[in-house]
Ligand binder design. Structure first.
Ligand code: AMP
Length: 397
C-alpha cells in the first residue's frame, strides 16, 4: 500500500488536524524568542497546501521541549503561534490546552480558521500513546495530516494512536515525503554501488543496531570519532585515555567477528591530546600511547576515507569524526564534509551532530539530502520504516 501525501488530497471544505514538529529552540533570557525558525519554516509548504486547498479549519499540533506531562509556561507554544500568525498574515488562535473543553465551541465559530493546540506534552497521555487522548484530538477534524518526521519514530498519541480514527482520511506532509523518498534511496536495495557509510560520534552502543544493518548492504563502512576506539581496542590496539567503555568493546568485538567484518575500515592515525582542552598532536600509528586520548582522525585516515568517498555512488554519513566543537580537533570532520561535497554520489547526512558539522563546514548546499530527524532517520534506515509512517499507511486497529 502506498503512502498518501498532501499533494494528492483535495482539502476543499475539510477540517484538518495536522501534526508538525514545532519543537524550536527558544532564547533563555526570559524573552522566549525563537532562536532558529527552521522547523516552522520547513512546515510552511504543507500548511499553505492545506489552507490554499480550501480547508475550512486547520488545527495544528506539536510538542515543545520536555515538559514531562505537566503544563509549564516555559514550554508554551505561544511564540510559535505568534510567528505562524506573522508568516501567514492570518490569526492563529492558541488554545489553553490541547484538550480544552472550549475547543469544540471555538471551532464552531465561523470566524475561527486556524488554531494551534497548546503543547501536547503538557499531558502525559501524549507520550503514553493513550487511545482516549488520541480520540479527543481526532474529534476536532475529519482529516489527519502528519508532517512531523522528527517524531515519527515515537509511538505517541498524536503520531500513532490518532490514526485509529482517520481510516483512509489521512496523509503525510511534504516534509515527511521528502524524508521518506531520500531515505528510501539508502534503506531500500538496490542502492547505487559502491555504497559507503561513514559512522562517527561517541557511542557504539547507541548505534550498534544501525551498524549491524548497514554492514549487510554497504560495500564499505568507515568508522571515525570516538566510535573508532572500541573497535581498535577490540582488534588488539591500544587506545590510551580515549573514550572507550568495556561494554562498547564487547559490541565492537562482536561486529569484528561477523562475516561482514572485512567491510569495516578503522583509522590508521589520530590527532590526540592529553585532555579535551589540550594541544593537538599527531599520532602516526593505529595504537595510541598510554597518556594520550584520540580526539580526531589523522591525515592518512582522511586520505583513505576520502578515496573511498570519491569512488562511491551512494554515501550515508552519521556522526562527526572527532571532537569537532573544538577547532583543534575539527579537521577530520570538515575534511570528510568536503569530500562528500565534492562527490557526485547521492549523499545523505543524518543525525544532529553531523548536521551541525555539515552546516559549520559551509557545504550543506552540496549534500543531496540532510535529514531533519536525527533519531528518526537512523531508525528508518535500520527498520525500513517508522511506527508513525506505518500507522499513516496501514492505520491502527
Ligand atoms: P553522537 O551523538 O554519538 O553522534 O556523538 C557526537 C559527539 O561525539 C560530538 O559532540 C563529538 O564532539 C563527540 N566526539 C566525536 N569524536 C570524539 C572523540 N574522539 N572524543 C570525544 N568526543 C568525540
Amino acid at each position: 500500500m502506498a503512502l498518501k501525501y498532501v499533494d494528492q488530497i483535495d482539502f476543499k471544505g475539510k477540517r484538518v488536524i495536522a501534526r508538525f514538529d514545532f519543537n524550536v529552540p527558544l532564547s533563555k533570557d526570559g524573552t522566549k524568542k525563537i532562536t532558529d525558525t527552521t522547523r516552522i519554516d520547513s512546515s510552511m509548504q504543507t500548511i499553505r497546501k492545506i489552507l490554499d486547498g480550501g480547508a475550512s479549519k486547520l488545527i495544528m499540533m506539536s510538542h515543545l521541549g520536555r515538559p514531562d506531562g505537566v503544563a509549564n509556561p516555559k514550554y508554551s507554544l505561544e511564540p510559535v503561534a505568534k510567528y505562524l500568525a506573522e508568516k501567514l498574515g492570518q490569526d492563529v488562535i492558541l488554545t489553553e490546552s490541547s484538550i480544552d473543553d472550549g475547543i469544540p465551541t471555538l471551532l464552531g465559530l465561523s470566524t475561527t480558521k486556524i488554531v494551534l493546540l497548546e503543547n501536547l506534552r503538557f499531558h502525559p497521555e501524549e507520550e503514553e500513546n493513550d487511545r482516549e487522548f488520541a480520540r479527543k484530538l481526532s474529534t476536532y477534524a475529519d482529516f489527519y495530516v502528519n508532517d512531523a518526521f522528527g517524531t515519527a519514530h515515537r509511538k505517541h498519541a498524536s503520531t500513532y494512536e490518532i490514526n485509529a480514527f482517520f481510516k483512509n482520511n489521512s496523509a503525510g506532509g511534504y516534509l515527511l515525503k521528502t524524508e521518506v523518498e531520500a531515505l528510501n534511496k539508502i534503506a531500500e536495495p538496490p542502492q547505487q554501488h559502491p555504497y559507503v557509510a561513514i559512522v562517527g560520534g561517541a557511542k557504539v552502543s547507541d548505534k550498534i543496531k544501525i551498524i549491524e544493518r548497514l554492514l549487510v548492504g554497504v560495500d564499505q563502512l568507515l568508522i571515525g570519532g570516538a566510535m573508532a576506539y572500541p573497535f581498535l581496542k577490540a582488534s588488539g590496539k591500544t587506545v590510551g585515555t580515549s573514550l572507550c567503555s568495556d561494554e562498547d568493546v564487547k559490541l565492537a568485538t562482536k561486529l569484528l567477528n561477523s562475516k561482514q567484518a572485512s567491510k569495516i575500515s578503522l583509522p590508521v592515525d589520530h590527532i590526540c591530546s592529553d585532555s579535551m582542552e589540550g594541544n593537538p598532536q599527531t599520532v602516526s600509528a593505529q595504537s595510541i600511547p598510554e597518556n594520550l586520548m584520540g580526539l580526531d582522525i589523522g591525515p592518512r585516515t582522511v586520505e583513505n576515507y576520502s578515496s573511498f568517498i570519491s569512488k562511491a555512488k551512494t554515501i550515508l554519513w552519521n556522526g562527526p569524526m572527532g571532537l569537532f566543537e573544538n577547532s583543534n580537533f575539527d579537521k577530520g570532520t570538515f575534511a570528510i564534509a568536503n569530500a562528500l561535497a565534492k562527490s557526485k554520489a547521492f549523499t545523505l547526512v543524518g543525525g544532529g551532530d553531523s548536521v551541525s558539522a555539515i552546516n559549520k563546514s559551509g557545504v550543506s548546499d552540496k549534500i543531496s539530502h540532510i535529514s531533519t530527524g536525527g533519531g528518526a532517520s537512523l531508525e528508518y534506515i535500520e527498520l525500513g520504516s517508522l511506527p508513525g509512517i506505518n500507522a499513516l499507511k496501514f492505520g491502527v486497529e
